[in-house]
Design a protein around this ligand. Structure first.
Ligand code: ASP
Length: 304
């Protein structure tokens, strides 16, 4: 069997990332690439690679995923994650979990060890625990930086429109990978939006919205203002257009135009097909991303 050359592409959110936060975002994305790539190099699956890459960014406090995520309006961390295998279309998602350090690990357990696709809240935590994932306290996921951020926001007179402006951080993380067997996978993990209502679920962990993978189309991860992305089922929209023969780079840009023109949304997208062709785009001022192939490592903060 001929081997495919692996590819790994990650993002660490799309918004007006300020100059003094550029380096931590790029470092986080490069560290994620290092972890995912070592999996691929050892002959590991795309599914394992995206899981490992996302775990690194969940553990990195620079991002809105895992510990250090934004707080909801009651001051709690509530996390969402999805992982999907393009070879089998198996997917695993968890939503509104409050006691899991690495939600993508729990999502992977759902994918690998459950006939179901999605678990939420306490049921998701119970499922994770029953499958060997240690539960933490919600306080363990909260940083003083985030308590302060929430306090400032709640005491300001920010209007709803401001809350969803591209200047508000969107530090969700995601990864797409192609392995040496020719399979693709995707994963996305988030703490959601700052000051969100308890129980609010965004696009990130919804199949076809913030994450999707099918060997016959593409692996996709999105970030940005979740509600508009959900309305367009944007990851699936993009994957379907790659399946119709369009180049991923062109579709990435088209997806961002569609998001802005149709629902006034903003965000970023990465996508990769089973031939190793990739695309990335954002309609925000910046998006942190990194790409690794057997020939090169590239990373950046603005559109390629
Ligand atoms: N899309 C995420 C959400 O709305 C936020 C983000 O990408 O930062 O939950």
């Amino acid at each position: 069997m001929t081997k495919t050359a692996p590819v790994l592409l990650v993002h660490g959110g799309a918004w007006a990332i300020p100059d003094d936060m550029v380096e931590v975002h790029l470092n986080g994305a490069r560290n994620a690439i290092a972890a995912g790539w070592s999996t691929l190099e050892r002959g590991g699956s795309a599914l394992d690679a995206v899981e490992e890459a996302v775990v690194i960014m969940e553990d990195d406090e620079a991002f809105d995923a895992g510990r250090g995520s934004f707080l909801n309006r009651e001051g709690k961390v509530q996390l969402d994650a999805l992982i999907m295998d393009g070879a089998t279309l198996r997917a695993g998602g968890v939503g509104c979990v409050e006691r899991i350090v690495n939600p993508v690990r729990a999502a992977r357990k759902v994918l690998s060890e459950s006939p179901h696709v999605y678990f939420v809240a306490e049921g998701a935590e119970r499922f994770a625990h029953e499958h060997g994932i240690e539960l933490c306290r919600n306080e363990d996921l909260i940083l003083p930086r985030e308590i302060e951020r929430l306090r400032k926001l709640q005491s300001s007179s920010a209007q709803r429109d401001d809350l969803f402006a591209p200047t508000i951080s969107h530090d969700t993380v995601g990864a797409v990978a192609l392995d040496s067997s020719g399979n693709i996978a995707a994963a996305t993990s988030t703490g959601g939006t700052l000051n969100k209502a308890p129980g609010r679920l965004g696009d990130s962990s919804l199949i076809g919205c913030g994450c999707y993978a099918d060997n016959q189309s593409a692996a996709v991860s999105t970030t940005g203002w979740g509600e508009p992305i959900m309305k367009l089922v944007l990851a699936k929209w993009a994957a379907d257009r790659v399946a119709s023969g369009n180049l991923p780079q062109w579709i990435a840009a088209e997806a961002m135009n569609y998001l802005r023109d149709r629902v006034n949304g903003h965000g970023g997208i990465i996508l990769l097909d089973a031939q190793g062709r990739f695309g990335l785009a954002h309609n925000t001022p910046r998006m942190a991303w990194a790409l690794k192939t057997s020939e090169k490592l590239e990373f950046g903060i603005e559109r390629k």
